[in-house]
Design a binder for this molecule. Structure first.
Ligand code: NAP
Length: 281
């Protein structure tokens, strides 16, 4: 079974669109998401466009602020502080990565935790690990939604997450743990990785290396979630971290790239923006 993130996100966005259409009457306005793009990296520009397009579909007001990569850290932090104070703004997202002279940690910390639609603020991260109410990071949240949509039983299963970044690997592992999976986190220093991944009922791969996971690393019937977004070195096309053609016949459930986790990330961003908006009323 192939889980189409594209299809699931389209359904969920339809539901959100219907919900948001009721907001002007109920609350006097629609949610407002502000996305800041620093510089002109084409991949970042395309992600920002995707966010604006999804907002438009759902009926969320989207403001994209473009800043040159010569902007100073202080100027960017000042802009974020003004948006924090602005009651008409519900969600703030600064597209990563940022130029090296700007500290990503400072930017993430400066965004109000109540407008942190990415779920990256240290207080949101701490709340997640303490099982307190928080804004969940979009990609991990989207992955759990996909697993549930596919009817995958998580409780009691062995999950292996390859990758331990703050953005994907660690929060995915935590959410799987909260769903009562037994979780192993693997990384670049893991010895004999294939022997670890072959133990997985659910394998989540978030490394950033094209077709890194080969068929011999996956057990028969495993659920395989591919988070990676890479350019195939031969064709230049988008591809995941999993060798899809080789692994798909072994997996019971698998996500494609593109059209898998990526669309769910944007869908959950829309959901987080609505959540931040509704908390005000
Ligand atoms: P990251 O911060 O670079 O982390 C990569 C992780 O992979 C690290 O924990 C690293 O281990 C591990 N790793 C690297 N080489 C490895 C190896 N040979 N064996 C085992 N583990 C290895 O990347 P990220 O931000 O988590 O993103 C991962 C991928 O997901 C990227 O392709 C990114 O583009 C994609 N992504 C997709 C979405 C989406 O919406 N679809 C969202 C976010 C990210 P160490 O910790 O030991 O260095």
């Amino acid at each position: 079974m192939i889980i189409s993130g594209k299809e699931l996100s389209a359904r969920l966005k339809e539901d959100m669109r219907a919900e948001v259409a009721t907001f002007p009457e109920k609350y006097g306005r629609v949610p407002h998401l502000v996305v800041i793009l620093v510089g002109d990296d084409p991949a970042s520009a395309s992600y920002v466009k995707g966010k604006a397009k999804a907002s438009e579909f759902v009926g969320i007001r989207n403001t994209t602020i473009l800043k040159p990569d010569t902007i100073t850290e202080e100027e960017l932090l000042g802009l974020i502080r003004r948006l924090n104070e602005d009651d008409s703004v519900d969600g703030i997202l600064v597209q990563l990565p940022l130029p090296p002279h700007i500290s990503e940690a400072k930017v993430i910390e400066t965004i109000s935790k109540d407008k942190d639609v990415d779920g990256f603020h240290p207080l949101n991260v701490a709340a997640l690990w303490q099982k307190q109410p928080c804004i969940l990071p979009c990609t991990p949240k989207g992955i759990i939604k996909m697993l549930k949509f596919a009817g995958v039983e998580i409780k009691g299963r062995r999950a292996v997450v390859i990758g331990r970044s703050n953005i994907v690997g660690l929060p995915v592992a935590k959410l799987l743990l909260d769903e009562n999976a037994t979780v192993t986190i693997a990384h670049s220093r893991t010895a004999d990785l294939p022997s670890v991944t072959r133990e997985a009922d659910i394998l989540v791969v978030a490394i950033g290396r094209p077709r890194f996971v080969t068929a011999d690393m996956v057990s028969d019937g495993a659920v395989v979630i591919d988070v990676g977004v890479n350019r195939d070195p031969e064709t230049g096309k988008l591809c995941g971290d999993v060798d899809y053609a080789a692994v798909e016949p072994k997996a019971s459930v698998i996500t494609p790239v593109p059209g898998g986790v990526g669309p769910m990330t944007i869908c959950c961003l829309m959901e987080n923006t609505i959540e931040c908006f509704l908390k005000k009323f």
